[in-house]
Design a binder for this molecule. Structure first.
Ligand code: VGL
Ligand code: ZN
Length: 236
């Protein structure tokens, strides 16, 4: 893969890359996924190539929703998936509030749609992070819930601790969906201090190419780099 490493003083800085494979689950993939992202399955070969490389930590995240999750349109009478939104308020701090889009029910714990796609080389994954477990919170970032004051125990993630324990310096993000969980995970990774990259060929967006262009601009504005796989065969 190609990217440039910055050194201000010319000395070699440590490079201890980690790989985050976001939400490569049946429900985000055609042909049957409840929230299928176009081309979502096509990125698996590249991700499997990346999983062969010597990252210091390889993490898979999973969207892991209870049936009564707040992001499901079916849990809001009259709401339409992809169209309607709902307002989420922190029960412990009503000033923390945000509006979020509603979806078809997806990645429900214990259903086939929750499973990682079988063609993913999951044996090379060292750690799995489950997110979206708290029924009241929509959690796109695998690092933390948007409601943080105080943090809800059921929405806490150990991803930052795992990266720190592995002494990762750089975080590479791939998976689904580029305009939701990949974006928010990459933004939090950068905000928490890791040099962060999204591999363009390793993601697909709910909103297609147009959403990707907006996502790239948003991520670059916060220091996330968009990088490219060198070709169909990633060298190890
Ligand atoms: C995601 C929508 C709803 C994602 C998760 O993984 O990007 N998108 N839940
Ligand atoms: Zn979800």
């Amino acid at each position: 893969m190609s990217h440039s490493a910055d050194t201000t003083d010319g000395r070699a800085s440590p490079f201890r890359p980690a790989l985050l494979v976001v939400d490569m689950q049946e429900d985000f993939c055609p042909p049957e996924g409840a929230l299928a992202v176009e081309g979502g399955r096509d990125i698996v070969p590249l991700i499997n190539d990346l999983l062969q490389l010597p990252f210091v930590l390889k993490v898979a995240t999973k969207d892991h929703h209870p049936p009564d999750h707040v992001s499901f349109a079916s849990n809001h009478p009259g709401a339409q998936p992809f169209v309607s939104t709902t307002t989420i308020v922190n029960p412990a701090n009503p000033r923390e509030t945000y509006e979020t889009r509603l979806w078809p029910a997806h990645c429900v714990v214990g259903t086939p749609g929750n499973a990682l796609v079988p063609e993913l080389d999951a044996a090379r994954v060292g750690h799995v992070v489950l997110k979206g477990r708290e029924p009241r919170v929509e959690m796109y970032s695998a690092f933390r819930s948007p409601l943080r004051d105080p943090p809800l125990a059921s929405a806490v993630s150990d991803l930052a601790e795992q990266l720190a324990a592995a002494r990762a310096t750089d975080v590479f993000v791939v998976g689904l969906a580029g305009d939701y969980c990949v974006k928010n995970t990459a933004l939090d990774s950068a905000r928490l201090g890791w040099r962060t990259y999204v591999v363009e060929e390793g993601t697909r967006c709910v909103g297609g190419d147009r959403a990707w262009a907006e996502t790239v601009a948003e991520m670059r504005a916060e220091g996330v780099e968009v990088v490219h796989a060198d070709g169909p065969e990633v060298e190890s």
